[in-house]
Write a protein that binds this ligand. Sequence first.
Ligand code: SAM
Length: 247
Amino acid sequence: MSQKFGQHFLVRDTILEPLAAACGEKLTRTIEIGPGRGTLTRHLLPRTAELHAIEIDSALAARLRIQFAAEPKLHVHEADVLDTDLSKWGEAVVTGNLPYYITSPILKKFLALDARFGTAVFLVQWEVAERLVAAPGTRAFGYLSVAAQLVCEVELLRKVPPAAFVPPPKVDSGAVRLRRKKTPPQDLDDLLVFAGRCFTHKRKTLRNNLRPFYGERIAGWPEGGLRAEQLTLAQFVELHTRLKLNQ
Ligand code: SAM
């Protein structure tokens, strides 16, 4: 078992089955990130016409090919998910019990996809799950919450205890579902850069965080004395638009 690859295998059917079901039924195509020993894979296969499983560990990829040799729907790709163009097979649901050391870049990669990739179901560290669903004004609300919630409706499906894995991780995990919004905000890339700037120092006011980028323009505005974590999504969008109009 490789600690390097964040390998904690989910072994409880009572968690695997609802996780697969949360992806949907009669799916055209599914992408599984880090299939490991194929426990989730087994629950996904009856629900999808095509399954692309991306596994970095060559021993596990070889094992999966043998284990599922009689399953023509499954395509095992021995590759690093971060180097893989997830859009190359076309429309798909994206899922996985994610390797926790690269959760953020995987989430970023999913959020950057387009409308053909409407749903993702991920198992992530509990703390990340909390941040993904956090409401403005709460301790967990930060850049990740804003980035995810600008693009998707995010649902917390359930908490998963360490005992559900072999070997058990040190922390609880959380299953989350992300559903892409029909109309993401305009200028999304720009808006995300802006949100990143707002959260540069979480405890500082917007006035102080934004001064290096926009000078004193925001100093006299009502939001200037607030911290980024106090803004709603709509306020991020509105403030960004106002700053652009006042350039
Ligand atoms: N899905 C399996 C399960 O639930 O039992 C395994 C989950 S385990 C947390 C993470 C899996 O992702 C491991 O199989 C690991 O080898 C694989 N992995 C780690 N880094 C990866 C990467 N960069 N690209 C693709 N797979 C990766």
